[in-house]
Design a protein around this ligand. Structure first.
Ligand SMILES: [Zn+2]
Ligand SMILES: [Zn+2]
Length: 173
């Protein structure tokens, strides 16, 4: 029985594993993000980053790249702005989750997401009825303002750090 207990996944691992499995549906070669909506212990929705239905995705039309200047990370030697490229062809996973779930299902629910939400997604999630966001991979660019928002809004916001995603679910560089 002890072996059974050791092998049994805890709920965080269980739902984060599903989020990573969902992320493998993404067709953007730059970033695969998956997310799931959990009410109590029930899975009520899944979503990943992708182009709208019936529209060419990144694998067909290529990524749609924009360049933006961002502040250097806090640990960088220089404080100069650095140029970053982002793909804007896809609807973010969290936004797709909101498009494909009902408000009543979101009330008091938990969102598991492979990556820490960007500012826009966090802002939308904060107004969506959910009570908690759990993520694995950090996104330092927006961390400060997103954490402040979550605190102000009274939402639980936490990273699962000691976690290994299921095999072959992460984009290899
Ligand atoms: Zn792309
Ligand atoms: Zn986002």
């Amino acid at each position: 029985m002890e072996i059974m207990a050791a092998l049994r996944k805890d709920w965080d691992t269980y739902f984060m594993d599903i989020a990573f499995m969902v992320s493998t549906r993404s067709r953007c070669p730059r970033r695969h993000v998956g997310t799931v909506l959990v009410q109590g212990k029930k899975l009520l929705g899944t979503a990943y980053n992708g182009a709208p239905m019936g529209v060419h995705d990144c694998s067909e039309a290529g990524c749609m790249i924009v360049e933006e200047f961002e502040p250097a990370p806090a640990d960088a030697s220089s404080t100069e702005m650095i140029k970053k490229q982002r793909c804007i062809r896809t609807i973010h996973a969290e936004q797709n989750l909101l498009l494909f779930t009902d408000r009543v299902d979101r009330e008091g629910s938990v969102v598991y997401v492979t990556d820490q939400p960007c500012w826009t997604c966090a802002n939308m999630l904060a107004n969506s009825g959910i009570a908690e966001i759990v993520y694995h991979r950090p996104y330092p660019k927006d961390h400060g303002k997103v954490a402040a928002l979550m605190g102000q809004r009274g939402l639980l916001f936490r990273q699962i750090e000691n976690y290994v995603p299921p095999a072959d679910t992460e984009v290899q560089d």
